[in-house]
Ligand binder design. Structure first.
Ligand code: NDP
Length: 313
């Protein structure tokens, strides 16, 4: 078994992880970054990124993450592929074990494992990913100006995404499996008042279709009732908004989580319930979930680590 030692282990390689790596490496903490299952994080499944400051002509999700990675490596961050599967937070230095049998002892840990959008579980979602299917209206909505799109979900996120898209797309269909919206009243009212949003209640998606790009969704209304009927809904974009799941499996038993499963931090700091363990990015953010806010919290976590080590806590 191989063993490594570091002052700071960063778990996750989205904007939060790489920004934390940049700051901790420039502070000479020689961080180790374990990239996790999706090196580069959620941005690598989007196409263009036009809302990250510093890229006036836009960039790609993978391009942005490659840039962040290289910038952190330039200052000596040790970035490794692999997944941390087990932590021991019971004493310092902490230990982490990876899926490749590596043991890392670390004076501090930054958890930046992100969150994953929930998907319906249809094979077609992967088939049309980036070709019409998206889980982020703020990221991809711009590409559907003047087009027809569908949003799946009945919560606040779905309503927010539908409202956002209604300012860009010509028509938005909100596909809701029940006969009511779960979203807050104010969001429901806004959705209902928007002329180009049509809410399709009691409707489930069974598949997607299209030659190269998405051309529509197969829907079924009133499943299992005498009124059951199937519909093909022509849309250019299909947005999932059925919730996010913070990626906490490897540490959920020891790190305090809120009722929705997000890591609780000592706002405005990034400290968790275990001194020396910090959290940054979407794993601790149910609200903003943007690349730029994740990067900002990665910076905050790195500064918190520096202060924690300087205080000899
Ligand atoms: P929620 O869990 O609140 O809602 C998920 C929605 O997706 C529900 O309508 C649910 O349907 C639907 N859904 C889940 N699985 C499926 C499926 N397999 N097929 C079809 N539909 C499905 O998640 P949100 O992301 O909307 O919100 C998370 C939290 O963040 C909430 O507390 C919310 O209030 C908050 N939030 C607040 C905002 C604000 O205040 N501006 C903005 C965004 C989020 P069903 O109702 O049938 O279970």
């Amino acid at each position: 078994m191989t063993a490594l030692t570091t002052k700071c282990l960063i778990v996750g390689s989205g904007p939060a992880g790489y920004t934390a790596a940049l700051y901790t490496s420039r502070a000479n903490l020689k961080p180790i970054v374990m990239e996790g299952l999706t090196p580069g994080g959620q941005l690598t499944i989007t196409t263009e990124v036009e809302n990250f400051p510093g890229y006036p002509d836009g960039t790609t999700g993978t391009g942005l993450m490659d840039d962040m990675r290289r910038q952190a490596e330039r200052f000596g961050a040790d970035i490794r592929s692999g997944l941390v599967t087990k932590f021991d937070f019971s004493k310092r230095p902490f230990t982490a074990e990876t899926d490749s049998g590596l043991t890392i002892t670390a004076d501090t840990i930054i958890l930046a494992t992100g969150a994953s959008a929930r998907f319906l579980g249809l094979d077609d979602e992967q088939k049309y990913m980036g070709l019409g299917v998206s889980a982020c209206a703020t990221c991809d909505g711009f590409f559907y100006r003047g087009k027809k799109v569908a949003v799946v979900g009945g919560g606040d996120t779905a309503c927010e995404e539908a409202l956002y898209l209604s300012n860009l797309a010509s028509q938005v269909y909100l596909i809701v499996r029940k006969n009511y919206l779960r979203a807050s009243k104010v969001m429901q009212d806004r959705v209902m008042a928007r002329q180009n949003i049509e809410v399709l209640f009691n409707t489930n998606t069974t598949g997607l279709y299209g030659e190269e790009f998405l051309e529509g969704a197969h829907l079924v209304e009133f499943v299992g009732t005498p009124q059951e009927r199937t519909i093909d809904l022509p849309v250019d974009g299909f947005f999932l908004a059925i919730g996010h799941k913070p990626n906490t499996e490897a540490f959920a038993s020891e790190i305090e989580l809120d009722k929705d499963g997000y890591v609780v931090t000592d706002h405005p700091h990034t400290a968790t319930n275990i001194p020396g363990v910090f959290a940054a990015g979407d794993v601790a953010d149910p609200y903003y979930r943007q690349a730029i806010t994740a990067a900002g919290s990665g910076c905050r976590a790195a500064l918190d680590v520096e202060r924690f080590l300087a205080e000899g806590a």
